[in-house]
Unconditional design. Structure first.
Length: 229
């Protein structure tokens, strides 16, 4: 597993400009501010401290050059004191994979639920159309209730993670899974903020609107499934 760098922490490439580094820092500090996370299970204080420290290094040309040389040419192991400071920098994430798996299955169920509730707007390869089925309203509601029942266990797994449900959509969970496998010291609150920063920094307005639309549809069906239980 590669070392988590200050660039990873801010979500910018090593050739990022000073403006890009500053924008990333400002975005993450705002996203992780305690006032914006008052109802969250995440303690964001340590994350903000780490972000600000990374920014102090990368925004200083001399310190950045020294840091870049170090991460390009690691020549020694950490001292016990350095390892201890690293352990104190934040909690390690538990295994992310079960939450990703639960989200993946939940997303499949919400897609099926959308096809049941809105058959006219379903994809042209809708299994209902291929099977030649024409269900009545009560039959569709009963089928949706059965899907909601199957979704319950996956919802419970994701709720236990503390990850807000707007991040349960596949686009977010796939991105966060990759980041977690690269840098397992990132706790989930940081991964969520990094995902938001990734969208802000790397996606066009049209792309963001499309992704947000997909997430909105997912949440709409998810709320209907939750209300069904």
């Amino acid at each position: 597993m590669k070392e988590c760098t200050y660039y990873d922490l801010l979500g910018v490439p090593m050739d990022a400009t000073d403006e890009e580094i500053t924008n990333a820092k400002n975005f993450l500090v705002k996203k992780l501010h305690p006032d914006a996370n008052i109802d969250s299970k995440f303690d964001t204080t340590t994350y903000i401290q780490n972000i600000l420290y990374a920014y102090r290094i990368l925004s200083n040309p001399d310190k950045r050059r020294v840091y870049d040389r170090r991460i390009r040419n690691p020549i020694r192991r950490r001292t016990p004191g350095e390892s201890n400071r690293s352990r104190q920098s934040g909690p390690l994430s538990p295994n992310f994979a079960p939450f990703w798996e639960a989200a993946n299955k939940l997303n499949e169920l919400t897609v099926m639920g959308a096809e049941v509730l809105y058959p006219k707007s379903a994809h042209k390869l809708d299994i209902r159309k291929l099977a030649g089925r024409k269900e009545t309203e009560p039959e569709r509601l009963a089928e949706f209730a059965e899907l909601a029942k199957k979704a319950r266990s996956h919802i419970e797994v994701l709720e236990s993670s503390g990850i807000p449900k707007q991040y349960w959509h596949s686009h977010a969970m796939n991105w966060m899974l990759f980041q977690w496998t690269q840098n397992r010291e990132f706790a989930y609150g940081m991964l969520c903020a990094m995902y938001d920063n990734y969208l802000e920094q790397n996606k066009s307005a049209i792309e963001k609107k499309k992704i947000q639309g997909q997430i909105s549809q997912f949440l709409q069906i998810l709320d209907k499934m939750t209300a069904c239980q």
